[in-house]
Unconditional design. Structure first.
Length: 178
């Protein structure tokens, strides 16, 4: 029998005045990427959950990356945001995320591994649209300083454009539960 659990759970060990967030990330083979992804996801998620509302609780997050052809971090962040909305855990708002790279003078959104060849650099940008606040900026490569502002703004706009898609997924999920 599979037991369905939603929301935070106590582990009997954590007795602080706020919730502890744990992350189990599967399917990422590269140890360096795994550590980077874990740190970024925990940082982004910790900034939106009202951890003080769940003293002594543990919020376990499990993510399985089935295939990584580029943009796994961005996809994982969006998936966690959907899971939070579904769980009933109080948080400040949905987090959207976009992965954008810069090749020559061209921005490429959610590039595959092959499309990422020859890029100067890129960014995974996480954003809470209802607050107008970024929760994570993972900038990498050798993006010229004069291009950083435009790259970040382009990624922010792409993250915002995902809001209707995320809302639609949540509404569909709620409708299916009825």
């Amino acid at each position: 029998m599979i037991k369905k659990r939603f929301g935070p759970d106590g582990d009997g060990k954590w007795e602080d005045s706020y919730a502890k967030i744990t992350l189990n990330l599967k399917g990422v083979e590269d140890e360096t990427k795994l550590a980077e992804y874990r740190a970024e996801i925990i940082s982004c998620i910790s900034s939106v959950i009202f951890v003080q509302k769940y003293p002594g609780k543990v919020i376990d997050i499990e993510i399985t990356v089935i295939s990584d052809d580029g943009g796994a971090l961005s996809t994982a962040l969006t998936a966690v945001s959907l899971a939070l909305a579904h769980s009933g855990i109080e948080h400040v708002g949905l987090t959207t995320s976009a992965h954008v790279v810069l090749r020559n003078d061209e921005y490429i959104t959610d590039p595959s591994t092959s499309e990422s060849e020859g890029v100067i650099g890129g960014v995974t940008f996480s954003f809470v649209p209802n607050l107008g606040q970024s929760t994570g900026i993972n900038l990498y490569g050798r993006v010229p300083i004069e291009n950083v502002k435009n790259l970040l703004e382009f990624a922010r706009q792409k993250a915002i454009s995902l809001v209707p898609v995320i809302h639609k997924a949540i509404v569909k999920s709620v409708d299916e539960m009825k």
